[in-house]
Design a protein around this ligand. Sequence first.
Ligand SMILES: [Zn+2]
Length: 280
Amino acid sequence: MPELPEVETVCRGLAPHLEGRVLVRVDQRRPNLRMPFPPGFVERLTGRRVESVRRRAKYILVHLDDGAVLIAHLGMSGRMIITPERPDSPGKHDHVVFETDAGTIVTFNDARRFGFMDLASADALGDHPMLRTLGPEPLGNAFSGPVLAERLAGRMTPIKAALLDQTVVAGLGNIYVSEALFQSRLSPTRIASTVSGAKADRLAAAIREVLGRAIEAGGSSLRDYRQASGELGYFQHQFAVYDRAGEPCPGCSCDVAATGGVRRIVQSGRSTFYCAARQR
Ligand SMILES: [Zn+2]
């Protein structure tokens, strides 16, 4: 599933191909993804110039010259593929195909169809049902230790669950929550409301750092993609603890035979990876 850094990478990959370009043709190849496409989807997009490609949480926001915004979510398996010309025959899971006045083809492919696309007015973007309740953007200027502490205050759930709650912080998924808790030396089982003061500062900084590092890795992959398939959305990245159960902890010089190394536990049905020695 694409996480925030991958969505950011997709936006950065799309921007140079879409910004300033007119969408001369839009093919919608089925009536719905996870939800139906909005009425008049093709008509409302065709002929519009793209002003900017932005990201909010894990949503791709394509701002158009008539004040509308195309909201796209990659769901579980969605990807954007950029090609210099239209493929001879569309792939089975190529659900939407955009063509710009430069002749570039952007294909939205989504095998599992958990993604969605919608149109909203830029003025009312914040009222969109998918965006309305989102917490602060973790890479935005408004996100800090005190802001995080305020949003965690009074929450009696484990910090792991609180960070996955999109109303607390927007766009964090399972992988980067494990990574940020490891980086900030906070136990995933700690009660959320106890993360305040210096702990909240440490956690906010760690969230920014792990996301920032992943986006850098995505940037490198983007340079490779330009040469390769034109496919945006997924890249290889090394994690400190995620999916590394039983491996030596990269933060301690602990004896794996004695400690068991990185632990995996299940919280709210999702795997959490952490070091019990380092994270308290
Ligand atoms: Zn450790």
